[in-house]
Design a protein around this ligand. Structure first.
Ligand SMILES: [Zn+2]
Ligand SMILES: [Zn+2]
Length: 343
């Protein structure tokens, strides 16, 4: 089968291979015929060599598809079922984190799409416990965004509580930031999204997703907008999604005393933060990383109930043979989410 394979560690080495073997499944595994697989920021980090991976490996961890084969031990799935599957692909099953339902924290976690073969190919195999059925009225294109949306659902429904009427600032307008804005909006918050001039397309998307205010930090006055939205108090929750020190500074500047900072973005290197402000303003700082089985179920329910519309994020679709055009569209800032289709 055709597969998009990272050949070696470090930068580069991505290539479309024509004759990668089709996976064979064990008794507890499911073979999925991929319908769509999204390109994620993590894939770009892996491509540049910033993120560890075991090579050679098929990339791609955001996907949906149809059940193509079922292991002998499994009775509750049928061929043709529309499904998505979460990470991690393998965990120990017996450590504290696995047992309390946070398998992404398992020390023996092996992740699909960078440690073992992922979904940029016609077939991918997963374990049954990771599989979720897609509700009938959720399209395959929408379902392909389950994984990034699960990160937003984790942040804004599991790691903190958003109450109707809360004022939420999302700093960083990439796919995860936009989905955080949409999930906060679904919970009745007033949402302000800020980004840079280069995010023009993404900031337009934030508006489509229902953001109450959209700020280009290089042109607009964020302080004035937040002041008018919050009666000069600052926002209840600031969500840092850019993974940039300047974006964290924006969040710390504009979260109210006693408010919450959700840290979703990942920084490329350590930097200095003034913790006195966190102490003196009695801020809650909460890290967000990974998602659990229940997060995915909640994500699919939000899609099914039309509480969050992910369609505006899908700007490009390419057959997998044109993967490099998909990457170019992202690097040029034209694309928000690119879906690849196997051929
Ligand atoms: Zn991802
Ligand atoms: Zn474990």
């Amino acid at each position: 089968m055709k597969a998009l394979v990272k050949r070696h560690e470090g930068a580069g080495g991505l290539e479309l291979v024509d004759d990668w073997p089709k996976p064979t499944i064990n008794r507890d595994e499911v073979l999925i015929e991929v319908a769509f697989a999204g390109i994620c920021g993590t894939d770009l980090h892996i491509l540049k060599g910033h993120w560890p991976c075991r090579t050679p490996v098929i990339l791609g961890h955001e996907f949906c598809g149809h059940v193509a084969a079922i292991g002998d031990d499994l009775v509750d799935l049928s061929i043709g079922d529309r499904v998505v599957a979460g990470n991690p692909a393998q965990t120990c099953g017996v450590c504290r984190h696995c047992r309390v339902g946070n398998p992404f924290m398992c020390k023996q976690r092996i992740s699909l799409g960078f440690m073992i073969d992922g979904a940029f190919s016609r077939y991918v195999k997963v374990r049954r416990h990771a599989v979720h059925r897609i509700p009938p009225d959720v399209s395959m294109e929408e379902a392909a965004l389950c994984e990034p949306m699960a990160a937003a659902v984790r942040a804004l429904t599991e790691r903190t509580t958003v109450n109707a009427g809360d004022r939420v600032l999302v700093s960083g307008a990439g796919p995860i930031g936009l989905l955080c804005a949409a999930v906060a909006k679904a919970q009745g918050a007033a949402v302000i999204v800020c980004g840079l001039g280069a995010d023009r397309r993404r900031l337009e998307c934030a508006r489509e997703l229902g953001a109450d205010a959209v700020i280009n930090l290089e042109r607009d006055d964020l302080r004035q907008t937040i002041s008018s939205f919050t009666n000069d108090e600052g926002v209840d929750i600031a969500v840092e999604c850019a993974g940039a020190p300047s974006s964290l500074a924006v969040c710390l500047d504009h979260v109210r005393k006693g408010g919450t900072l959700l840290q979703v973005g990942i920084y490329s290197s350590p930097f200095t933060v003034d913790f006195s402000r966190i102490v003196m303003h009695e801020l809650q700082v909460i890290g967000v990383y990974g998602h659990a089985w229940g997060t995915w179920e909640r994500t699919l329910i939000l899609m099914h109930n039309k509480m969050v519309n992910v369609k505006p994020l899908i700007t490009h679709k390419f057959p997998i043979t044109r993967w490099n055009e998909g990457l170019d569209a992202i690097f040029r800032g034209e694309a928000i989410k690119v879906l690849l289709e196997p051929v």
